[in-house]
Design a binder for this molecule. Structure first.
Ligand code: MRU
Length: 356
């Protein structure tokens, strides 16, 4: 199982081979490379919920193949019963995590493909589902490439780039979103530095972003989340690039908890703040950030570190996995079709409204 990009020496986030979904277990990285085979919709639901496969685009692709896994087990059913199982399992998979729109976006696409497939029997409908999931997968790779090309000019020789969480190759099936301009600049031979926030509580920055950037030979420095503003004050950061889980119609967006603090600091220190966003992460049905559902996760993700308690037993905890950054803190959205600047509502709709 190898990465789609010869540029990176990484195992692929997920693969579909011989009617089988395999994922790289991201909870074991960076110390162990464990590939897991997912054989039921429950396996896929749990893998998404437990962040073994994670990152908005990657969970969209995993859910599409997850529906194929569910459909495969119902292949003996007559066509109408098979269609009902597919609908029911799509609803089930969609409930694995609420915030990233890519999950429901890809499952809706799968259901549309099932509705429109000109098929007369169950095996043919199953093949149509696998074809659509494969298209979603290939498109995700292409979206990352596009973001890389559009965002590459933002990274210039000698500059410092700050990123938060992991919006990298591991969060997608291609070059990542926030990391795509980084990999494109690296490929172009530009010398620059990246600072990766560790990203409490689950440390996607420390465990995943530093791992994949180092594998690609990028000059990366790990910092704690609380250091970011101080680095900006020292003029070590020239540009911030983060990913997104859902971008509302007005340009407010949800991303990993802590993104809002980075955006506020960037505004204070006058550092450009960009959001890398494939069209699969745009949600024109949600008018603004107030409509975005934020996932709340288990207390022990905050009270424990590496399996060890770091807080008094029974302490009250809040653990929202994401926050919403208002659009007026965003300099631009790096999309596969170009960099979208303010006014975001009009400009996002002009570039993508018809497609959405
Ligand atoms: O909880 P996670 O690890 O799935 O959160 C991931 C993020 O917040 C990413 O920044 C976002 O999904 C964009 S990934 C290209």
């Amino acid at each position: 199982m190898v990465s789609p990009s010869p540029f990176m020496n990484l195992p692929a986030t997920l693969t579909w081979n011989d009617d089988c979904l395999r994922i790289l277990d991201q909870t074991r990285l960076p110390h162990e490379t464990v590939i897991e085979t997912l054989s039921t919709a429950q396996d896929v639901w749990r893998a998404i919920h437990e962040l073994r496969v994670r990152g908005a685009p990657a969970i969209g692709v995993a859910a599409a193949y997850g529906l194929c896994v569910a459909a495969q087990r119902a292949r003996h059913l007559p066509l109408d019963a098979f269609r009902s199982v597919v609908k029911e399992q799509a609803t089930y998979l969609d409930s694995a995590r609420p915030t990233a729109v890519n999950l429901s976006w890809s499952l809706k696409r799968m259901l549309r493909a099932a509705d429109h497939a000109p098929v007369i029997d169950t095996p043919a409908l199953y093949r149509a589902l696998v074809d659509e999931a494969t298209r979603i997968h290939r498109e995700d790779e292409a979206l990352c490439e596009g973001i890389g090309q559009q965002g590459r000019p933002l990274i210039t020789a000698g500059c410092g780039v700050l990123t938060h969480c992991n919006a990298g190759a591991l969060a997608t099936t291609g070059l990542g979103t926030a990391t795509a301009p980084i990999y494109a600049a690296q490929r172009a031979g530009i010398a620059f530095r990246v600072y990766a926030d560790e990203t409490r509580p689950l440390l996607q920055g420390a465990r995943l972003t530093t791992y994949e950037l180092r594998e690609a030979g990028v000059d990366v420095t790990l910092i704690t989340d609380s250091m970011a503003a101080s680095l900006m004050a020292q003029r070590l950061i020239d540009v911030v690039i983060v990913g997104a889980d859902r971008v509302a119609a007005n340009g407010d967006f949800a991303n990993k908890i802590g993104t809002l603090s980075v955006a506020i600091a960037a505004r204070y220190f006058d550092v450009p703040f960009y959001v890398a966003c494939p069209s699969s992460t745009l949600d024109f049905q949600t008018p603004n950030g107030r409509g975005i559902v934020i996932e709340e996760r288990r207390d022990d993700e905050v009270t424990h570190l590496g399996g060890k308690a770091i807080a008094p037993a029974g302490v009250k905890v809040r653990n929202p996995a994401f926050d919403v950054t208002p659009h007026d803190l965003v300099t631009g959205y790096i999309t596969e079709r170009g960099i979208v600047r303010t006014p975001f509502d009009a400009n996002l709709a002009a570039l993508f409204g018809a497609a959405a």
